[in-house]
Design a protein around this ligand. Structure first.
Ligand SMILES: [Zn+2]
Length: 434
């Protein structure tokens, strides 16, 4: 008998394969921004410094602000007040983030003090080998210097209690975020500065030069195709790197005449109210500057907004065969069924009938099937950046998502055909402006 040795399987589909590379290279929002910047630069986009005067030239540009990125294409001849097609997504995912003084421990173990970021499924972080990523600020002598950190080594582990010490655990696991989630980092007594000293050593720098850090843990298991028929994939951060990736690829393949913007926000999982989140001024300011740089004014900017559309791309709940009672009948979403229009009468999603018609037309043009999701009425519905950008800018918005299971788990599940379908649908939406 032959035993196949592969522990992970790469996709044959090129879009899914590129998504795997994107996700594995992006354990933090800062890395997602860096990965999108690489793909945009290869497609002819140029980075501009948002603190400087912008070039008034038409072309392809992007700005980065910490864990957020905004890219745009404005072709020659686009007049003042031209409507824009916008795609929005978010770079952040629930995870465990290090506290400012992370070195703790007891009973002969070194541990790391963490804060739970966003609505994490805490159980999914148990008994996984965890790597470390984020950014560190160094004092380089001439001012603060930001350095990205990505360490794919099993450095830490949130270890479960044995079943012999909690016989009722399978009736319902209860995890206290403060008490039960501190990962083990090593054996011995914790020393003040251990974790940052380790990071400095890995970066080849002096720990004494570290001023501050934004660090977080990630599961080390690489993305993999799943299923005997190879129809699914398992990965961390599908919500919402799958949308960031699809939007980036769509922007990279825009038709030259398109007037399009991509906004990758940070902080969606914690409410979006920040300098880099959707519930803030960032996108509005940048859109207005794009219009002003092209020779428009405040009036033409507002006129442009009135005719623009935003596609808010995020995860969507595929139906789970073991929990059918949690889903609205006749609104079951299938993996590999294509992007999902998300509708909620209480505006947890921004989609309305005219937006549905517009997105369906774009998807039809691209030959992409479309599904429709409605949350069960007696369950509290999640939300997205969609209603926030819609409200902040008075911007007509459509909420769509790529189907997935295990949303907010450290390792989620998607359909292997959906990355290509979402990319095609976003590309068709961005290029179908009238
Ligand atoms: Zn999301």
């Amino acid at each position: 008998m032959t035993i196949t040795q592969a522990r992970t399987v790469r996709p044959t589909d090129t879009t899914a394969a590129d998504l795997f590379d994107y996700i594995d290279a992006a354990p933090s929002p800062h890395h997602a921004v860096a990965e999108s910047a690489v793909r945009l630069t290869a497609a002819g986009y140029s980075w501009v410094d948002e603190t400087e005067v912008w070039p008034s030239l038409p072309g392809k540009w992007f700005v980065t602000r910490r864990g957020a990125l905004v890219a745009w294409q404005r072709p020659d001849g686009a007049s003042a007040g031209t409507p824009i097609r916008i795609v929005g997504a978010h770079t952040d995912s629930p995870n465990l983030r290090l506290k400012p003084r992370p070195d703790v421990g007891k009973a002969g173990y070194k541990q790391v003090a963490v804060e739970v970021y966003g609505g994490a499924l805490l159980n999914s972080w148990l008994d996984r080998d965890l790597g470390l990523s984020g950014r560190v600020m160094f004092d380089s002598g001439s001012g603060p210097e930001s350095v990205l950190v990505h360490i794919d080594e099993p450095l830490a582990r949130v270890t479960q209690l044995a079943i012999h010490l909690d016989r009722e655990v399978n009736d319902g696991l209860r995890l206290d975020k403060q008490i039960h989630m501190a990962p083990l980092w090593g054996l011995g007594n914790a020393g003040d500065g251990d974790v940052l000293a380790f990071v400095a050593e890995r970066l080849g720098r002096s720990a004494a030069d570290i001023v501050s850090a934004d660090l977080m843990f990630h599961d080390l298991t690489p993305c993999s195709v799943v299923g005997a028929d190879r129809s699914m994939y398992a990965a961390p951060r599908i919500d919402n790197l799958a949308s960031c990736h699809a939007a980036t690829l769509a922007m990279a393949s825009l038709k030259p005449e398109s007037v399009a913007v991509m906004a990758l926000f940070d902080h969606e999982e914690v409410g979006s109210t920040s300098a880099t989140g959707a519930n803030g001024a960032m996108l509005g300011h940048l859109l207005e500057r794009i219009e002003l740089a092209a020779g428009g004014d405040r009036e033409s900017y507002l006129r442009s907004l009135a005719r623009s559309w935003c596609l808010s791309a995020d995860g969507a709940h595929a139906v789970h065969p073991n929990y059918l009672d949690r889903y609205e009948p006749d609104h079951h979403v299938a993996l590999n069924g294509g992007p999902v229009l998300k509708v909620n009468a209480n505006v947890r999603y921004a989609t309305e009938a005219d937006g549905i018609a517009l997105f369906r037309a774009a998807a039809k043009q691209a030959g992409v099937p479309v599904q429709q999701y409605s949350h069960r009425t007696n369950l509290a519905c999640g939300s997205t950046i969609g209603p926030l950008t819609a409200a902040e800018l008075g911007l007509s918005t459509i909420d769509v998502g790529s189907p997935q299971l295990s949303m907010h788990s450290a390792r989620e599940l998607g359909g292997i055909e959906d990355p290509a379908l979402l990319t095609k649908a976003i590309a068709a939406f961005l290029t179908s402006a009238s």
